[in-house]
Ligand binder design. Structure first.
Ligand code: COA
Ligand code: MG
Length: 320
């Protein structure tokens, strides 16, 4: 393996991420009390233009007045895109007033590494100016053709960057995919039309040590469709998915948690590899299937994740 080292971003539990419009403060307490690992308070597309300024005040009040961390939540704020005139005040007003209560800033429609640099530079100044003790992380939404075409460079753009998210609806609009659904499959395509985008983003994330998160599934009455979409994302390497409605959270938590059967099999693989090595063999068979050191690496991922989840404590949102 290459000796090029990539530090892994801070590890956080992000199986489910509930989107909460900043213009609906009555939802904040419900979000904090619910089962999502992560919550993002939205200033962008779930907030209509006339409500943008009031949403900022709501978000500040919600960050300051609601107990998030004590209930195991990681809290993120989605600002408006850097191509809007809302973005600078989103960042300055919200982070100056409540930055010590924010874990990450979610930046939509990231197109080039300099978009992340802008947010990083502003955060650095605000953190110094108002003495925020913890470094605020950045998460990038990959949801434009430009962002996807630069996804590897964006992944390496900042030491603050922790995760990238696949924003399926804006991505569909940007590449002009023939759909108006937010996520899910179309009968016109023989497979999963989002496979390429998600997979490309996941590879860029993992190469740079970032978490990979799948975005929304809009039809919250279609529980089976949501679950299938989450399972496809997990199969490609995502470690969590958005919930745009509370009814989607439990499914995400369950699907992105290894099952007892998976963990049991992973432990048996690890045991079998140790035994094979003791007999001078690298490859062996388990239940009629070949296993080797790569099997052990896959199995170790599952066991490590399961053990981290098993040890969830007061600061549940941060693992390890
Ligand atoms: N966060 C917290 N609570 C939520 C919620 C959310 N995102 N969405 C709904 N709820 C609550 C409702 O307040 C309601 O609570 P109650 O039982 O105490 O009355 C309950 O969950 C059921 O909600 P429901 O009536 O089915 O939904 P709604 O009509 O109020 O809202 C949506 C539906 C889709 C508009 C709403 O879920 C929403 O705004 N989701 C997030 C959208 C978003 O952020 N989009 C941008 C990212 S893609
Ligand atoms: Mg979007």
């Amino acid at each position: 393996m290459s000796h090029t080292r990539t530090d892994t971003a801070r590890v956080r539990l992000q199986r489910s991420e509930l989107a909460v419009p900043g213009s609906r403060p009555e939802l904040f307490e419900k979000a904090a009390a619910g089962p999502a690992d992560y919550v993002f308070l939205d200033l962008e597309d779930a907030v209509a233009p006339p409500d943008k300024e009031r949403a900022r005040d709501n978000v500040v009040a919600g960050l300051l007045g609601i107990e998030w961390h004590g209930r195991g939540k990681t809290v993120s704020v989605r600002i408006n895109g850097i191509d809007t005139h809302y973005m600078y005040r989103d960042l300055i007003d919200v982070v100056e007033r409540a930055g010590h209560r924010i874990d990450t800033i979610l930046v939509p429609k990231v197109g080039v590494p300099a978009d992340v640099y802008l947010v990083d530079a502003l955060l650095t100044q605000i953190e110094h100016a108002v003495r925020i003790p913890r470094r605020i992380g950045i998460e990038a939404l990959i949801e434009t053709a430009l962002g996807m075409s630069n996804v590897e460079a964006i992944a390496a753009s900042s030491r603050r960057l922790e995760a990238m998210h696949f924003g399926v609806a804006d991505y569909a609009a940007s590449v002009r995919a023939r759909t108006t659904s937010i996520g899910g499959l179309t009968p016109d395509y023989p497979g999963d039309q989002w496979h390429y985008g998600i997979s490309r983003m996941v590879v860029a994330c993992r190469a740079a040590g970032l978490r990979a998160i799948d975005g929304p599934f809009g039809d919250f009455t279609d529980a089976d469709g949501y679950a299938a979409s989450a399972r496809r994302a997990a199969a490609l390497g995502c470690e969590g998915k958005w919930a745009i409605h509370p009814s989607q959270i439990d499914a995400a938590n369950a699907i992105f948690t290894p099952s007892d059967a998976e963990v049991g099999r992973a432990r048996r693989i690890l045991d079998a590899i140790v035994e094979a090595e003791a007999h001078g063999r690298g490859a062996a068979q388990l239940d009629g299937k070949m296993i080797d050191a790569a099997s052990a690496r896959m199995a170790q991922n599952i066991v490590t994740l399961a053990e981290s989840l098993g040890n969830r404590g007061a600061s549940a949102a941060v693992l390890g």
